[in-house]
Design a protein around this ligand. Structure first.
Ligand code: DX5
Ligand code: ZN
Length: 231
């Protein structure tokens, strides 16, 4: 990833107003969001439920931006096709699924979608090593997934650094995404460590002017990322 590669800001719809969902999506689209982050929770992999393929299908015609679908699910194999058909552009599964990860990544690729791999805070970062040359996106979770509005776990920052170093060393080009507790302060720490793809729910959606919030987040991330590269 070179210095000039743009930062991607992906507002998380988990923090949208569910009574005005389509309006909030339109708000994010018009405010300059690069991707729309959709959190899928199955009530098993994480202790919460959220959205299914039908929602992605309803969102698809309402935005021009890529739909970045984060599957916090124990059995993504039964969902991938439905999400692909519904219009997801990028499908991210978790490395905690163990020996099924390889075939799941392959299946996402075979469906013609961009491939993402996520890792939870307690999982050792080395677990993702065998897959780094097979993904378009690596998501380093900065909170334990399940809920929006949590505080970033600082111990995840060295994992971002490790993932960025690997990317440079192995000349790979995956997006390095962070998700959970990202605000105007924590985005600086994450981007300085090498994160270039920023998911943020609460901080962005609670701002009365989403455009200003996205611009501010982008500016901070861009500057910190550059500073991290320059040492
Ligand atoms: C956490 C989800 C996140 C969440 C982030 O389980 O994966 O995408 O929406 O929300 P904030 O930015 O509020 O921490
Ligand atoms: Zn997410």
């Amino acid at each position: 990833m070179d210095k000039a590669k743009p930062i991607i800001i992906a507002p998380s719809l988990l923090a949208a107003d569910y009574g005005r969902f389509a309006a909030d999506l339109r708000r994010a689209d018009r405010a300059g969001a690069d991707w729309i982050h959709v959190d899928v929770m199955d009530g098993h992999f994480v202790p919460n439920l959220s959205f299914g393929p039908a929602l992605v299908e309803a969102l698809r015609p309402r935005t021009r931006q890529p739909l970045d679908v984060h599957l916090m699910c124990t059995q993504p194999e039964i969902l991938l096709e439905a999400f692909a058909r519904a219009g997801a552009d990028l499908l991210t599964i978790h490395v905690e699924l163990g020996d099924r990860v390889h075939s799941l990544l392959w299946k996402i690729r075979a469906l013609g979608k961009r491939v993402g791999l996520a890792i939870n805070p307690p999982t050792a970062i080395r677990m993702v090593e065998p897959y780094l040359d097979k993904v378009d996106l690596l998501l380093v979770m900065t909170v334990n997934p399940g809920y929006g509005g949590q505080s970033l776990i600082e111990e995840t920052i060295p994992k971002i650094q490790w993932a960025d170093t690997q990317r440079l060393k192995r000349k790979l080009n995956y997006h390095l995404q962070v998700d959970g507790g990202i605000n105007y302060k924590t985005v600086v720490d994450c981007a300085r460590a090498g994160a270039d793809t920023i998911v943020s729910g609460t901080t962005l959606f609670k701002h009365y002017n989403l455009k200003i919030a996205i611009q501010r987040m982008r500016r901070l991330a861009q500057k910190a990322f550059r500073q991290g590269r320059e040492g």
